[in-house]
Design a binder for this molecule. Sequence first.
Ligand code: ADP
Ligand code: MG
Length: 379
Amino acid sequence: MATVTLRKVGKVYQGEGGRTVRAVEAVDLAIAHGEFCVLVGPSGCGKSTTLRMIAGLEDLSEGTLEIGGKRVDDLPAKDRDIAFVFQNYALYPHLTVQENIAFGLETRRAHRSALVAMCTGASAERTAESTKINARVAEVSKTLALDALLERYPRELSGGQRQRVAVGRAIARDPKVFLFDEPLSNLDARLRIETRTELRTLHRRLQATIVYVTHDQEEAMTLADRLVVMHEGKIQQNATAQECYERPANRFVAGFIGTPPMNLVDGQMESGVFTANSVSMPIAAGPFRRDCTLGVRPDRLRIVSSEQPGALSATIATIERLGDRTDLALDTAWGRLTARVDAALAHHFREGTRVGVTVDAKDTHYFERGACGVRIDGS
Ligand code: ADP
Ligand code: MG
C-alpha cells in the first residue's frame, strides 16, 4: 500500500487541427496510505484524465506524480504496481471466474517462470507457483463471495457478479494502489447501492489506498474518506464529505453536493437584510454589505403562514412525496425554491396554495457571485 501525491499536475490534449483541450489544471493532491479518496464532478471535468495519469495511461503535461514517495511520472503503467477497474469491466469471455481472477497473477508468473526455466529448467518451481496462485484466488473469491461461482463463465453471471470478478482480478495482485473509474455505473440502482456497500467493507478489510472516480455525488459521499470535488479541470474542494456538505468552499460545490441541491439566490446583503428582485427578508446574519449569493439547503427552509411578517411569500407549485420526506417546489419572487419537509407534515400542504418561507441565520451560506464564487468568511 502507498501514498499518492500529485503536485501541480496538468494535462493538455492535442486535439484535431492543432486545437488544444485543457483537461486538468494545477491539481495538488496528497492521498494518504490506506485512504479512500473519491474524485467527483460532472462529466468532462477531468476525473478520468487525472486517474489515467496516475495509472500511467496518459502522460502528464505539467507537474509531478509520486507513488509511495517515489517519482513515477516516467515509469510505464505496468511498473507502477497499480490495479485499474474500469466502468466496462472487461472480463475474458472464454475464461472462467477462477481463470479471470488468476489472470493477472498468471501473466506475472509467465514472465517469471520463463526466466526460471531459462536458468534452471526446474518445474518444481512452477508447481509451487501454481499452488500459490490457487490459494490466492481462493482467498480473494471468499472475500468477494465468489467462491461458489468459480467454474462459471462471465455470460453466466449477473452484472453485479461480473463487476465483483473484475474487482477480484484487481485485488488478487495485491497492488499498491487501486484505481476505479465509475465502476458501478453499468449496474442497476439496487445493485449499485449493494456493491458500493461491499466496496466500502472491502476497503476496510484491505486497508488499501483507493482513488475512485464517479460523477454521482451520493455515491461519492457514501464511499469517501476524502472527497475531491472537480469542475473544469480544477479541484474545487478537497475535504471530508461532511465538510463539503456543511461548509462548501464555493458556489459550485454548494450546488453540486447534496440532494436536492442547495437553493442559491443572487442578491444583496445589507444590515442583516437580504434582498433579491426587490423583495427583502430579514436574516440576522452577515455584517457585510455587498452583492452575494445566498445559499440554503432545502431541509433548512422553514415553511410558515403566508401572513407571518418578514416571511417570503411563496406558492406551492408541486408536492413530491418520497415516503419519509416530501419536497415542495415553491414559486417565489426569488425564483423557484425547493423545501424538504417531514412527511408527517406533508398533509398540511396543497398544490397551488400560498405559504411563507423564512430562514434561520445559522442555516445560511454566502458566496461571492459567479459560478465558482468563493464562500464568504463568517458564513
Ligand atoms: P471526466 O472523466 O470527468 O468526464 P475526462 O477526464 O474524460 O472527464 O475529460 C476531460 C476533458 O478532456 C473533456 O473536455 C474531454 O472532452 C477531454 N478529453 C478527454 N480525453 C481526451 C483525448 N484523448 N483527446 C482530447 N480531449 C480529451
Ligand atoms: Mg470519465
